[in-house]
Ligand binder design. Sequence first.
Ligand code: F6P
Length: 341
Amino acid sequence: MRVGVLTGGGDCPGLNAVIRSVVRKGVQEYGFDFVGLRDGWLGALQNVVVPLDIPSVRGILPRGGTILGSSRTNPFKHENGVRRIQDTLAAHHIDALVVIGGEDTLGAAAELSRQGIRLVGVPKTIDNDVPGTDYTFGFNTAVGIATEAIDRLHTTAESHMRTLVVEVMGRHSGWIALHAGVAGGANVILVPERPFDIDQVCAWVQSRFKFNYAPIVVAAEGAVPKEGRMVLKDRSLDEYGHVRLSGIGEWLAQEISQRTGTDARTTVLGHIQRGGTPSAFDRWLATRFGLHAVDAVKEGDFGRMVALHGTRIVRVPIPDAETKTRVVDASLYDEFEVFFG
Ligand code: F6P
């Protein structure tokens, strides 16, 4: 059997660990051979296929990024997208695909699967917002990076007795903000799921100063004030209709400064959260996902996604474009309110 592998959407640490594990088990245990499709669905549309064998996956386990490249290409936004993908698969005698992606790439995979393409999904993203799995790989690494940044910001904030706002990724879900904020001992954590009251944020900041501590405010890029809108970087949309975010951190620092008469600055962590070497947990999870994905291919269990439930890897239907994003639920967020202010 010949299996194609692709990585789509925003990259995250651990993608290479999945590729390695799929190829290692597929070749060694099942006698499959593999090819890589470059840059997610783009390579499938444009017939850009590269060899993928055991020598080409040696040494990639600890490497961030993806050796196959990635893009936010939506095959349904391209003329004859499905037919062109089928042509590429036929031209290279590819029997099945392992699709490693987040909500968008997997949403396209779900539809392609309905249209007859044999594929298995693997959930990735630093945002941890793919429905059907307790965790995605990439998230743990991003939380580690954000937590380290918060630890560092505490000491400089204290030296200058000013508020430091940290903007982290997370368009629709505040998983990174919540986990890193709690781990880093932030005084305010703002997530997209819970529109915030700027007066309350300022009150928390001021109460922190009263105890002679400098406030740290962690905000997900998709956090929104109750009376306001998401802050956009610009108005451009990607092929899945997403806007580019960033700016809420800067807005918060300005408002805090003006309303409290104290100094406030912002750090935007941005793509630093996605780059570099994966944590041990993400290598472990990505490796397990890869092993189970190739088993699903072997068993012909297509249209399914590997997922983590507790400590078990299971198979679930691939979430389609209609499935709701996995967000932070209100009761979980409320658990930590005791630390605010
Ligand atoms: O992968 C998802 C994500 O991390 C979002 O949180 C963020 O908005 C987006 O990627 C930004 O990615 P890019 O700059 O690659 O479009």
